[in-house]
Ligand binder design. Structure first.
Ligand SMILES: NC(=O)c1ccc[n+]([C@@H]2O[C@H](COP(=O)([O-])OP(=O)(O)OC[C@H]3O[C@@H](n4cnc5c(N)ncnc54)[C@H](OP(=O)(O)O)[C@@H]3O)[C@@H](O)[C@H]2O)c1
Length: 183
């Protein structure tokens, strides 16, 4: 019976993986692509490892977290001039909302690739930076920079966005106001 208890307690494995929107449609082919978008390629490679594992799995792709967006804006605002990748848009979402969904998925049956999650609104990258500067009372020029390569072109075409899955509730503006109150 101890063996039965052991097997029951172990349950059946369920790999739940968090990936990024656009992982499958951002071509990371050249060294230049890899230098700038290696993270996206790594997420795609991880997705394939999960899929090929032979274990029951669920993968959720989410857009950029508010938290990462803020970290990026803070880091860039330390520079005298903020380079903004021209044509890049983001659709940030609260990490907590994605975490709630992951918990729900982990408790459910393995479901393979599930519907992706995007934030409630889409923003031009330069507007995100401008909003951060305004919220923290800073004045800096923003310099649009056109990034080369196929992966950057895919982002300009919106590969990192999930307009049909704008399911997040907390807006970037709301998050930013709360997060920068003490900045
Ligand atoms: N950030 C985004 O915009 C975004 C969007 C879509 C998907 N995702 C995915 O969501 C996940 C979390 O992203 P994030 O931005 O929140 O990352 P993060 O800030 O780097 O946090 C990663 C967390 O994982 C923990 N961790 C890393 N390696 C670990 C290990 N070997 N064992 C146990 N814990 C480990 C880290 O712990 P320590 O703090 O102790 O190092 C940290 O708490 C990643 O898989 C990311 O690719 C992120």
């Amino acid at each position: 019976m101890k063996t039965r208890h052991l097997v029951d307690a172990a349950g059946s494995p369920h790999l739940v993986y968090i990936s990024v929107v656009g992982a499958e449609r951002t071509p990371v082919v050249s060294g230049l692509d890899r230098a700038m978008f290696g993270y996206v390629a790594a997420k795609r490679a991880s997705e394939e490892i999960i899929t090929g594992s032979g274990l029951p799995w669920t993968t959720l792709r989410a857009t950029q977290f508010h938290e990462l967006t803020l970290t990026t804006a803070r880091a860039m605002a330390r520079m005298p001039v903020l380079p903004a990748p021209s044509g890049f848009r983001i659709q940030p979402i609260a990490a907590a909302e994605v975490a709630d969904r992951l918990a729900e998925l982990a408790l459910a049956e393995p479901a393979g690739l599930v519907a992706e999650m995007g934030g409630p609104r889409t923003y031009d990258m330069k507007d995100v930076l401008r909003g951060y500067l305004k919220a923290t009372g800073r004045r800096r020029p923003i310099l649009p920079v056109r990034l080369p390569g196929k992966a950057a072109a895919a982002f300009r075409a919106g590969a990192n966005l999930a307009p049909g899955h704008a399911v997040g509730h907390r807006t970037w503006e709301d998050f930013l106001a709360a997060a920068t109150a003490a900045d």
